[in-house]
Design a protein around this ligand. Structure first.
Ligand SMILES: C[S@@+](CC[C@H](N)C(=O)[O-])C[C@H]1O[C@@H](n2cnc3c(N)ncnc32)[C@H](O)[C@@H]1O
Length: 303
């Protein structure tokens, strides 16, 4: 979007939010690719209120702010200082150093622990957009996240989530939960940036279904999704490309873990071999290989 942003990470922290996760980059690059016309162009987004949940370093929120939105970037208290530093640094770089900052909206930081009613009230819902990337990585997060999304939503709220599939169980439970409450569209890979995409990373664009609003429904949906998770994903999802974009099978083969996704030409063991002239991996390739290595090493203890 014409800006070069810098995000500090904290490699010494054990908190997940102090690292930039790949789906946030896929999300920001998706916005960049789709901001010339349609719902993501700055003239449509100018002044829209956006909240980012579990923002971490804040990459996805900056994508929306660069298109004119007024963003509240939120996370747990432990992550807030680093998030604030990243927001302040990049905001001043965009507004002072770059002359090309006309479409920039604003971005503020707030503590928001999912399910905390005081935190939710303090950010003054409802929002036009609720965004989050890589915010569902464990089953126990689904219920507080869903309740928070419902509490922050109004009838016209759009929810955009980026998700990297790491566990088929969590993924299926998540989809079933979302589908109980939202009309779910899965962004086809063709709409994503040609480089910043991966078979295991999905973007969901969702709107509230009518009558889906109570906390009790949220509770029962999450527990019934949990009970039903082995029954597979129901087929009524309103996907942009219904038959193609729903990876359901995780295959562990040889030295690589790949997600079966017929929509994409990219497979993890067939990463595009675009190499830099000096033979090094591109930054995105290096990130993806790193992610694969982390997954393979997840259960290995070095003593
Ligand atoms: C995997 S990180 C992703 C960070 C960032 N969205 C990204 O894509 O780089 C998950 C984020 O969710 C946040 N998170 C987890 N549980 C949360 C909770 N109960 N309330 C608020 N944030 C939470 C973490 O603090 C962390 O920043």
């Amino acid at each position: 979007m014409g800006h070069q942003l810098q995000f500090s990470q904290d490699p010494n922290s054990k908190h997940l939010g102090t690292t930039v996760w790949d789906s946030s980059m896929v999300f920001a690059k998706f916005l960049e690719k789709n901001c010339r016309k349609g719902r993501f162009c700055p003239s449509k987004l100018k002044g829209k209120r956006v909240i980012e949940l579990g923002a971490g370093c804040g990459v996805a929120g900056f994508g929306m702010a660069l298109l004119g939105c007024d963003v509240v970037s939120t996370d747990q208290i432990e992550v807030v200082p680093l998030l604030r530093r990243n927001v302040e640094w990049n905001t001043s770089s965009i507004t002072q150093i770059n002359s090309n900052s006309d479409s920039f909206g604003s971005i503020q930081v707030a503590e928001l622990d999912w399910g905390n009613e005081d935190h939710i009230k303090a950010v003054a819902p409802p929002f036009d957009y609720i965004i989050g990337t890589d915010v569902v990585y464990a089953e126990h997060l689904l219920e507080p996240l869903l309740q928070t999304i419902l509490a922050l939503s109004g009838p016209k709220t759009t929810i955009i989530l980026g998700h990297e599939i790491r566990s088929t169980i969590v993924h299926e439970q998540m989809l079933q939960t979302w589908k109980s409450f939202f009309e779910v569209k899965i962004v086809p890979k063709a709409k994503m940036d040609s480089k910043y995409q991966h078979p295991s990373i999905q973007l969901f664009i969702m709107g509230l279904k009518p009558l889906a609003a109570t906390a009790e429904k949220a509770n029962s949906a999450v527990s019934s999704a949990s009970e039903n998770r082995t029954q597979g994903i129901d087929q009524q999802v309103n996907e942009v490309e219904t038959s193609k974009s729903d990876p359901q099978k995780e295959v562990i083969c040889g030295s690589s873990t790949s997600i079966d996704d017929s929509d994409s030409e990219l497979k993890e063991d067939q990463l595009p071999l675009t190499r830099l002239p000096n033979g090094k991996l591109s930054e995105w390739e290096a990130r993806r290989y790193g992610s694969m290595a982390a997954r393979l090493l997840r259960d290995i203890k070095i003593t």
